[in-house]
Write a protein that binds this ligand. Structure first.
Ligand SMILES: CC(C)(COP(=O)(O)OP(=O)(O)OC[C@H]1O[C@@H](n2cnc3c(N)ncnc32)[C@H](O)[C@@H]1OP(=O)(O)O)[C@@H](O)C(=O)NCCC(=O)NCCS
Length: 177
């Protein structure tokens, strides 16, 4: 664990670097219901009970986690939605520290459960979450039927997960307690 890296609450001054790091490392095509954008970051920062932290190497943002007390309509569930560490800084325990500080803040605010979703091919993310105490609770499979007239197209456009849930296209089961 690299203690020279400071983990501090995210502020407006970190926004540009957080956005750029996310664009560098997130592959949103693997989870087509998500999209990384300034809005995604700003909505977290705008929320009074956000749990957003950055890992700093001096002034450089080398990692971040964005969490909130908002998970669908469940008042005592929190959501750890985004986490990233710069490629040259991965493998030093920075993400573990970010998950822990974010989780502790969310539990302190009354969360009974923290939800995160992991794309099954993202081995690093799955290992991180399991090592951090997250256990599988429900499996959601996106089934895609492609228009035979346009076989080369992407299976799904990058639309917001909340839109899918609202329209009943994506359901999230209750986790085991
Ligand atoms: C996932 C990610 C944040 C992990 O960051 P990191 O700082 O390298 O993770 P850590 O060093 O804290 O490792 C945490 C644990 O996961 C394990 N781990 C990390 N990367 C791994 C990999 N590629 N394969 C297997 N295990 C891995 C580590 O061994 C460690 O376990 P330990 O504590 O028992 O030793 C980083 O790989 C990343 O930014 N990926 C791209 C963005 C992304 O996919 N984010 C998740 C979706 S929002």
């Amino acid at each position: 664990m690299d203690q020279a890296i400071a983990v501090v609450p995210m502020g407006l001054g970190h926004l540009r670097q957080v956005l750029d790091l996310g664009h560098q490392v997130f592959d949103t095509t693997t989870k087509p219901y998500t999209s990384w954008s300034l809005t995604a970051v700003a909505e977290h920062l705008d929320s009074p009970d956000n749990a957003c932290w950055v890992a700093l190497d001096s002034d450089r943002v080398v990692g971040f986690v964005l969490g909130s007390m908002e998970f669908e309509h469940r008042d005592d569930w929190a959501y750890l939605e985004w986490i990233a560490v710069a490629p040259d800084m991965q493998g030093h325990g920075i993400a573990r520290r970010l998950v822990d500080v974010c989780s502790e803040a969310l539990f302190a605010r009354g969360a009974q459960h923290i939800v995160t979703d992991v794309e099954e091919r993202n081995g690093a993310s799955a290992a991180l979450m399991r090592r951090s105490g997250f256990v599988p609770a429900a499996t959601v499979t996106l089934l895609v039927r492609t228009n035979p007239e346009t076989p080369g197209d992407d299976p799904l456009p990058p639309i917001a997960k909340h839109d899918l849930v609202r329209r009943g296209r994506l359901s999230l089961d209750h986790p085991r307690r």
